[in-house]
Design a binder for this molecule. Structure first.
Ligand SMILES: Nc1ncnc2c1ncn2[C@@H]1O[C@H](COP(=O)(O)OP(=O)(O)OP(=O)(O)O)[C@@H](O)[C@H]1O
Length: 579
């Protein structure tokens, strides 16, 4: 990681923020190259996950009030295990220390006291100063950043730990925009915040990061998805039962669905995602979808697969990081907001044909039931309502008997308010289930850089090159005058301006010898360089040298054709060899 992080800093991809004040860990600034690369990765995501799929996009606030996170479960449960070193005061993820020192894979799912005993039993030391951590308490630490909304402490708010809540909370309005038709999808790209105990590995674990999330709302009793458009997409799967040592399964999305290996909705998005990862230049030799172990999944999720990338440097041991999660989340999110919020989080789905349904009901209150019913009137009313729904015949006699907490109560039937009717229903209210592709943009950017990063030999000697796909490279083309004299500088400026006018991102560089300039562009991943030389200014019609980054091959191209040649090369409609 260090070579890449050093290159990223030197060439303006990313660097630690606020270094003038000593820096603060877990916060990174994207420099000129990185900001552009990140923006392009986000843009390609939007094109594939929102525009091509016909989904909505929203942009919700990053601060949300406390009740949102009470409902979502983050306030109670969004914790990591913290152990602090008594010697140096550094904080560490206790579960990560256990995983590093033992065969235990998901220490996160163990109780804190057990993790504390494991720290003792395995004589685990502080990674920062080497002092023993034995005897130190392990605590649950909530990862949300808390803030006050408005002056005083009147209202507590939190920085959102995931963009998803902004979508769930607005569901009652969003469903109107979708005209109440399921399935429909809502996307959002934006910042999320987690007060990570131990931020590390540059962009991989930060305290402020960008997520791109899609929440697809589906009818749990509706049709299965049509995966035909991505059925042939090849995927490398690492199913739960094959972990940790077993084989990967090389298959297609279509086969994975046919064989029941992946939930069909999740599989559809693994297909969409794979197409997207290909466009941004992820190396599939170092990429897999790993299924969550049952104990690792959130209790409400029925299937979840993480996209994982190996971001190790060449010749180093693999270093797998999670870059995204693709999950079937059931109705958990909307049910919770339905229970806590004041709006309706269900959707009315219309049947193809109206249906006749039987409705049986009882008096919902029954507070008139006297002391002989032990003050259990409300519970008796509930039990009778449930009985009416499942067994209408129980109300045919003069009395009806129900059990409440092991006690039997007999109520005169006329007092139950039992009613029965047949009704015609046009549809029903359902709480949609959620299918969620949740992508970390920063980890994706990091993967794209790690997979593009190479050292190779060219005529001019050893070089560092980023073989970035032209669709995400921060600069489309660099324009150089061979020397800034004899009109070459002026022509190069004019050509740069013309190309900018065509919508290309162009760098102009006239400093240092030409070899050095090529090398600089190779290091930031610029796919093509144009050089204006003596031949260019002397000959009619004017030609320039076009150099390709990966092969370092050069051809002469008429200046007048440059914009269209570059457009074709970027779109993959022509190759450099064809020129
Ligand atoms: N601290 C972070 N820094 C950068 N990206 C993050 C961070 N936490 C989460 N992400 C990104 O958001 C995505 C979805 O978030 P999710 O809640 O599934 O992550 P997670 O499983 O908690 O990640 P981890 O287990 O690595 O903490 C992740 O796949 C990752 O790409």
């Amino acid at each position: 990681m260090t070579d890449l992080v050093e290159l990223a800093k030197r060439r303006g991809f990313f660097f630690q923020s606020s270094e003038a004040y000593g820096g603060v860990s877990g916060f990174y600034t994207y420099g000129p190259q990185g900001a552009s690369l990140k923006e392009r990765v986000e843009e390609t995501w939007r094109e594939r996950f929102a525009l091509a799929e016909g989904h909505m996009q929203i942009d919700a606030p990053t601060v949300m009030p406390e009740p949102v996170f009470e409902a979502s479960g983050h306030l109670d449960g969004f914790d990591d295990m913290l152990v602090e070193c008594a010697e140096c005061g550094e904080s560490h993820r206790a579960d990560h220390l256990i995983e590093g020192a033992t065969d235990i894979e998901e220490a996160e799912s163990l109780p804190t006291d057990e993790v504390a005993s494991l720290l003792d039993a395995h004589d685990i030391d502080c990674p920062s100063c080497g002092a023993p951590l034995a005897g130190q308490p392990v605590d649950e630490f909530n990862l949300m950043f808390e803030t006050n909304i408005g002056p005083g402490t009147s209202q507590t708010g939190y920085l959102r730990p995931e963009t998803a809540q902004g979508i769930f909370v607005e569901f009652p309005r969003l469903k109107e925009y979708a005209r109440g038709q399921l399935p429909f999808g809502v996307t959002q790209v934006g910042k999320s915040y987690r007060n990570e105990i131990s931020p590390r590995n540059a962009l991989v674990r930060t305290r402020e990061f960008t997520q791109a999330e899609l929440e697809l709302f589906v009818d749990p009793d509706g049709d299965e998805p049509d995966v035909s458009s991505v059925a042939d997409v090849e995927v490398t799967l690492y199913p739960a039962e094959n972990q940790p040592e077993g084989d990967y399964v090389e298959t297609t999305v279509g086969e994975a669905v046919a064989e029941g290996v992946v939930d069909p909705w999740v599989a559809y998005y693994l297909g969409v995602a794979t197409e997207w990862y290909e466009t941004i230049g992820v190396d599939f030799e170092r990429f897999r979808y790993r299924q969550h172990q049952p104990g690792e999944r959130a209790h409400y999720a029925t299937d979840c697969w993480d996209a994982e990338a190996d971001v190790s440097a060449p010749d180093e041991a693999p270093e797998w990081i999670e870059i995204a999660g693709y999950a079937y989340r059931g109705d958990y999110d909307l049910s919770k907001h339905g229970e806590h919020g004041t709006e309706n989080f269900t959707v009315f789905t219309q049947y193809d044909e109206p249906k006749t349904v039987e409705r049986a009901s009882v008096d919902p209150d029954m507070s008139y039931l006297g002391p002989e019913f032990g003050g259990a009137a409300a519970e008796i009313a509930d039990a009778l309502a449930a009985l009416a729904e499942r067994d209408r015949a129980a109300f045919e006699g003069d009395e009806v008997t129900v059990d409440v907490d092991g006690e039997s109560y007999t109520v005169p039937t006329e007092k139950t308010g039992f009613e029965f009717a047949e009704e015609t229903e046009a549809g029903r209210h359902v709480t949609p289930h959620v299918v969620e592709p949740s992508i970390g943009i920063d980890r994706t950017v990091y993967t794209v850089l790690a997979h593009a990063h190479e050292e190779d030999e060219v005529d001019e000697g050893e070089r560092t090159v980023l073989r970035l796909d032209p669709s995400v490279a921060p600069t489309d083309v660099a324009v150089f005058p061979l020397m800034d004299k004899d009109g070459m500088g002026e022509r190069a400026h004019e050509i740069a301006t013309t190309l900018r006018g065509e919508g290309l991102d162009v760098t102009y560089d006239d400093s240092g010898n030409i070899g050095r300039r090529y090398r600089r562009q190779d290091e930031v991943g610029t796919p093509f360089c144009v050089t204006v030389d003596y031949e260019s200014v002397d000959e009619e019609p004017e030609t320039v040298t076009l150099r390709e980054r990966d092969s370092t091959d050069q051809v002469r191209v008429p200046s007048a054709d440059l914009a269209s040649v570059l457009a074709d090369l970027r779109a993959g409609e022509t190759t450099f060899d064809d020129l």
